[in-house]
Design a protein around this ligand. Structure first.
Ligand code: FE2
Length: 390
């Protein structure tokens, strides 16, 4: 997170005596990334956060790759992913490489029986359907339709849902996810030309502090496995913390689109970055205002990045036959562009209501068995003129 946050009670000076009302000590933990060089927060616990009681075992959750080398454009019908009562069971990785996993999930119930922690990856959860509360050991965040939840690696969390009908689009990233460097000054502050600013980023404002001993199951994801670790103290026992490393929320509806007289390229939609992929938000906006502008994009070649578009809502002008919850995959190496008729249709239009999330990865993505179950195998021919179709 690019700016300082303080929640709960902390001592005046770090690494000094900090006592409970009964005279005993609170226990400090530095929660940091990239060794001691990255973002970090200083936490104060009721109990030492190291009290492992039992390691019950582990199970493999490595995505099963169906297509390793891909040069074919695909459409996936995301809403065909089967809902599941359990949050972790509901998560289906559809696209994967060594840097990231792209996941669809439709959990029906809150995570009641366990806590979850991803030890390898930052998680970016986009809420397509559903409302509720992200509960973490660093505080809670309410969420609703259109929210991105950025959960740094190592954050212990639960998701509470208000209803059963939930749809999530998740990116797990082995590299830290940041706001784009091009929008930050040398201190990290978001600049005037950024499509969003600190005021739009929601920080945790409610801290759950449980002073409890017992058996507390944390499911910890590491290197493609989930380890069931039982701790002797409640994982949400922080009385206060400060620093830069904590989960936050950003609504896609707070993204202020950058527009121009002629077509603006995808980087103006950039919302997050890593050194392995970028995330862009395509939001309702005015179209280009040059009198002869063509609002539809030109065909373009992703020579060296795979392009994943997750369609959220509105009308997807450059595509025919695309619905909410669909994903298109346009792989590196071949050009893609508007469908037949879309360029002509776009001329003279003044605005779009489209809402979509794009993930552009710099390494090729592999397709999983779960992806093939919801794949449209004929999508790659969707650019043909009518007379050339079989
Ligand atoms: Fe594209």
């Amino acid at each position: 997170m690019p700016f300082y946050h303080k929640l709960g009670k902390i001592p005046h000076k770090r690494h000094t005596v900090f006592r409970k009302p009964d005279g005993s000590l609170y226990y400090e933990q530095l929660f940091g990334t990239i060794g001691f060089d990255g973002m970090s927060s200083n936490l104060y616990h009721e109990h030492r956060p190291t009290q492992v009681k039992e390691i019950k075992g582990s199970y493999d959750v490595t995505p099963k790759v169906a297509v390793e080398n891909n040069l074919k454009s695909y459409r996936f019908r995301g809403f065909q992913v089967t809902p599941h009562p359990d949050y972790l069971e509901s998560r289906k990785t559809v696209l994967t490489n060594s840097d990231c996993d792209i996941i669809l999930a439709s959990p029906q119930q809150s995570t009641d029986d366990y806590f979850y922690k991803n030890a390898d990856s930052d998680e970016l959860i986009f809420i397509h359907k559903g409302t509720g509360k992200l509960r973490t050991h660093l505080g809670n965040l309410d969420f609703k339709y259109g929210d991105y939840l950025l959960i740094p690696r190592g954050t212990i969390y639960k998701l509470d849902f208000d209803e059963e009908d939930n749809r999530l689009f998740i990116v797990e990233s082995r590299r830290p996810i940041y706001t784009p460097k091009k929008y930050r000054n040398w201190f990290g502050q978001l600049l005037e030309h950024s499509p969003f600013c600190e005021r739009d980023l929601r920080q945790p404002n409610e801290l759950e502090t449980n002073d409890e001993r017992g058996d507390f199951l944390i499911k910890i994801k590491k290197q493609g496995k989930i380890f069931d670790m039982v701790y002797a103290t409640h994982p949400f026992d922080v009385v206060g913390y400060d620093g830069y490393n904590y989960p936050y929320a950003f609504s896609i509806h707070d993204f202020e689109p950058i527009t121009g007289r002629i077509h603006q390229p995808p980087p103006v939609h950039q919302t997050f970055e890593t050194d392995a992929f970028v995330v862009c938000s395509f939001c309702p906006r005015k179209y280009d205002y040059h009198p002869d502008a063509i609002p539809a994009p030109y065909s373009h070649s992703n020579i060296d990045s795979d392009e994943v578009l997750y369609y959220v809502d509105g009308d997807f002008m450059s595509r025919n036959d695309i619905e909410a919850g669909h994903i298109s995959l346009h792989p590196a190496g071949i050009p893609h562009g508007p469908h037949p008729g879309a360029v002509e249709r776009s001329i003279g239009q003044v605005e779009t209501e489209e809402l979509a999330v794009m993930v552009d990865t710099f390494k090729p993505l592999m397709l999983t068995e779960d992806a093939m179950e919801i794949a449209d195998e004929s999508y790659h021919k969707s650019w043909l003129e009518e007379e050339d179709r079989e």
